[in-house]
Every structure is written in structure tokens, then in C-alpha cells.
Design a protein around this ligand. Structure first.
Ligand code: TLP
Length: 343
């Protein structure tokens, strides 16, 4: 089975499992897990932040960040397709009492100009804008990315209005690679940032939230409140450290495979995709002119050996990752071509 539903489906390799088994551990709620501490310090320094905090998931990292940044009734500027708004169960409303001000970025990417128009004036009738949440790369935007200049423009605007910026960098390493910059340059534009290890980097779980020392000291309490305080969790942190050492550089292969599949799909009758737009490891394509919705397409394709995820009524998503080879991408294209002949 060629599983392109997400880069979250990757299996920990033998070597990663060995690193996990050998990890030195301690009680992380007491701050005594040496492997977790090593990971937190390493990521914070890599991202140019003062401190880092290990999280069980990207969702918790985002939600703890929001809780740490805002007060109930505050407004959060966000793209309407951002993971935080679209896929996190309304958590910011439940946990932080935040109100979203949703904007429509181009492929999910906001600009200072779009954001500026949404910042609330000092008017007692209106909710104060306190936070801007950005996503890089942007999942529902098809792996689209922020240029460093664009991020810097938003950061400058936010600082002028005393608004914080949080970056959902679940796929920040992919974004930096595609933007030909470093994760540090991107992260430096924001007050807080989280990166995930359970996506393209291939670890079974784990995200790290980074920010100032003061921010992380506050965030630890919220992580505990939400049940994210874990004990001998160096076992997971060891997988993340292994991923950092071994799986960052190879993301290039995933990007090449994504481009290869986009080019292949673009040549197939009935499918709509612009390969130029595919810059990281996420491929979105449209089945618009085929008499079948995306859900049925994915369901009927599965028995032929390819798993995709429906991402809208006529949109499907394929994500490349370390458990899919270039040969399997070619096989996928063959299978889809055959499938299209039959429908
Ligand atoms: N994304 C998952 C699904 O939830 C859609 C996927 O398959 O892509 N931020 C971004 C940008 C994400 O894509 C995800 C997961 C998260 C946060 C949440 O991470 P987890 O699953 O660790 O809570």
C-alpha cells in the first residue's frame, strides 16, 4: 500500500527505535529528563529563541501558545484555512476564550496588507486584537510558504500595534528548505513558534514550542493544566533528536517527489493541478471534471493500492514523506492513470 494521506503516517525506523530504547530518562514534570532537556535546548537555540517546551502534539503546542498569549475576549487574526482554526476542534474558544478574525490569504498565506485591515481600533465596542497566528508551510494551502520578507513585514506591523505573533511551524523545516532560508531566520520574526517531529521528520510523536524564557515559564503551567505533563518522555524526545540528526536534509527528496507527482498528475485528463504551486511535500489536486467527488475517488482508489485524503468536495491531498520512494511515486501515477481510464 502506498500511503500518501499524510506525512504523519511514517513509521519509526529501526535506528530511531534503538535511539528511543537507549534514551536516558527522568521525570520531565520535575524537569529531570535529560533527553527532553537536551531536545528543548537544541531546538530553542536552532530557532533563535530563549527556551523550548516539549509537547505531545502540534495541536497542544498551538493551543498552549494561544492560552499563554491571550486573555478571554481577545481577538486572534488567522487565515480561514489555518490548522488552528480549521482542525483543532474549536479549542482556542474553549480553552482560551479567544475569538478568531478569519482572513483569506492567497493559498493560506497572509500579508501585512491583509492583516493591517483586520487590526481593531481602540474602540470599547470591539475585541482587542492580541495575536496573529501564521502557518508555515500552510497545510490546506497545499504546502505554500511565507517568504522571509513577507513574514518580516507582518512582524513589523504586529510590533507597531503591540500584537504578538505565533507561528505554527509543524512543517517549518520544509518551509525553510523551499524558501532557501533557515528555520532560525523564519522563527526570529515571531514571538512563539512550534515545530513538529511527527510529520516529515518521521518521529512517532512530539512537538516543541519555543519563545522567550518568560513565555515558556507561563506555558509550562498551561501544558500541565491540559494534561500534557509527561514523565519519562525522553523516550520520545530521543526519536525527535534522531530525526533532527538524520531526517532534515532528506526532506529535499520529499519535495522532489511531490513535484514529480504534481507534474505527472498535471498530464492526466480530468485532473486539475498547477505543478508550479507545489513547492514543499504537499500536493493538492482537483477532480472537478470527473463525475465523482473527492471522497468517492479516494475510497475507490484505495483497493488499487494508493491512499489519498479528500480535502474538499473535489480536492484530494497527497503528501510525500520518508516512507515513500520515488519508484512508489511513479507507481502511484501509473495506478491513478489506470483508475482514470476506468471511471
Ligand atoms: N495535520 C494533520 C491533520 O490534522 C490535518 C495532517 O495530516 O496534516 N499544524 C499543522 C500545520 C498540521 O498540519 C497539523 C497536523 C497540526 C498542526 C497538528 O499536529 P498534531 O497532529 O501533532 O496535533
Amino acid at each position: 500500500m502506498i500511503d500518501l494521506r499524510s506525512d504523519t503516517v511514517t513509521q519509526p525506523s529501526e535506528a530511531m527505535r534503538k535511539a528511543m530504547a537507549m534514551a536516558e530518562v527522568g521525570d520531565d514534570v520535575l524537569g529531570e529528563d535529560p533527553t527532553v532537556n537536551q531536545l528543548q535546548e537544541r531546538i530553542a537555540s536552532l530557532l533563535g529563541k530563549e527556551a523550548g517546551l516539549f509537547m505531545p502534539s502540534g495541536t497542544m503546542a498551538n493551543q498552549v501558545a494561544i492560552k499563554t498569549h491571550i486573555q478571554p475576549g481577545n481577538e486572534i487574526i488567522i487565515d480561514k484555512n489555518a490548522h488552528i482554526f480549521y482542525y483543532e476542534c474549536g479549542a482556542a474558544a474553549v480553552i482560551s476564550g479567544g475569538q478568531f478574525h478569519c482572513l483569506g490569504g492567497e493559498k493560506g498565506i497572509l500579508t501585512a496588507k491583509i492583516v493591517e485591515a483586520a487590526i481593531r481600533p481602540a474602540d470599547i465596542h470591539q475585541p482587542p486584537t492580541r495575536l496573529i497566528c501564521l502557518e508555515n508551510s500552510h497545510n490546506r494551502g497545499g504546502g505554500s510558504i511565507y517568504t522571509l520578507e513577507n513574514l518580516a513585514g507582518i512582524a513589523k506591523l504586529a510590533a507597531k500595534h503591540d500584537i504578538r505573533v505565533h507561528l505554527d511551524g509543524a512543517r517549518l523545516f520544509n518551509a525553510a528548505l523551499a524558501a532557501k532560508t533557515t528555520v532560525q531566520k523564519l522563527a526570529r520574526q515571531t514571538d512563539s513558534v512550534c515545530v513538529a517531529f511527527s510529520k516529515g521528520l518521521g518521529a512517532p510523536a512530539g512537538s516543541v514550542l519555543c519563545g522567550s524564557k518568560e513565555f515558556i515559564e507561563k506555558a509550562i503551567r498551561f501544558r500541565k493544566m491540559l494534561g500534557g505533563g509527561m514523565r519519562q518522555v525522553g523516550i520520545l524526545a530521543a526519536a525527535c533528536l534522531y530525526a533532527l540528526d538524520n531526517n532534515v536534509k532528506r526532506l529535499e527528496v520529499d519535495h522532489q517527489n511531490a513535484k514529480r507527482s504534481a507534474l505527472g498528475l498535471a498530464g492526466m485528463e480530468g485532473l486539475k493541478i498547477d505543478p508550479e504551486q507545489v513547492v514543499t511535500n504537499i500536493v493538492l489536486f482537483d477532480v472537478g471534471s470527473i463525475p465523482m467527488d473527492a471522497y468517492t475517488f479516494a475510497q475507490r482508489l484505495a483497493p488499487a493500492g494508493v491512499l489519498l485524503i479528500p480535502f474538499g468536495p473535489s480536492t484530494l491531498r497527497a503528501v510525500t514523506h520518508l516512507d515513500v520512494t520515488t519508484a512508489e511515486i511513479d507507481k502511484t501515477l501509473e495506478i491513478i492513470q489506470q483508475f482514470l481510464k476506468k471511471v
